[in-house]
Design a protein around this ligand. Structure first.
Ligand code: HEC
Length: 163
């Protein structure tokens, strides 16, 4: 029994030295959503505080990311979130994908699905107020309308009527 604990302890010490690559890209991001669409300061602020740690090319890492296996767990969320939606790659998405992601954003924010609960437990400031939710969903809806005006409905894969 003692041997097992000792082995685990040694492993725990060893993994402290192993960290995944950080999600921190330098400089301006060429495909950021702001290069294609207007992002007012109020929206930029919400994205920065509540979303970008998992949906951009730059994560602000908390001190406990130095601890393993916490860092692996954080890294998993960042990778998964970025894969679903990356505001720093948004301008490279097809119009159809952009439209779909905006739909999802509006849905997630209205249903309190995002930011993730496990994030807001610690980042209390990331919790969205009713006003912030409206700011974010109205902004996303504005971009949806721009896409609707520019592309025919079937190229956006949307039903004739707005949801
Ligand atoms: C702690 C990390 C984290 C934060 C912070 C976060 N997300 Fe996410 N987000 C994820 C992960 C992980 C997924 C994929 C798994 C899932 O859907 O639960 C996701 C999925 C999504 C999706 C779904 C995309 C799709 O196509 O289904 C949208 C939209 C989204 N997030 C928007 C937001 C917005 C808007 C914010 C800020 C208000 C935000 N997220 C904050 C981690 C995060």
């Amino acid at each position: 029994m003692k041997k097992i604990w000792l082995t685990l302890l040694v492993l725990l010490v060893i993994i402290q030295f192993i960290h995944p690559k950080k999600n921190q890209a330098a400089g301006a991001q060429p495909a950021a959503i702001g290069t294609q669409y207007a992002v007012p300061d109020s929206v930029q602020h919400i994205l920065a505080v509540s979303c970008n740690d998992c949906h951009s090319n730059n994560t602000v890492y908390p001190w406990y990311s130095k601890l393993q296996p916490v860092d692996w767990w954080l890294n998993h969320h960042v990778n998964e979130g970025k894969e679903e939606l990356n505001f720093d790659a948004f301008a490279d998405y097809s119009p159809r994908k952009q439209y779909h992601k905006l739909d999802e954003l509006i849905k997630e924010v209205k249903e309190d699905g995002m930011p993730l609960d496990s994030y807001t437990w610690i980042h209390k400031d990331a919790l969205l107020s009713t006003e912030q939710k409206a700011t974010l969903t109205n902004w996303a809806d504005g971009i949806r309308r721009q896409l609707e005006q520019k592309y025919p409905p079937d190229s956006l894969n949307r039903p004739g009527k707005r949801p």
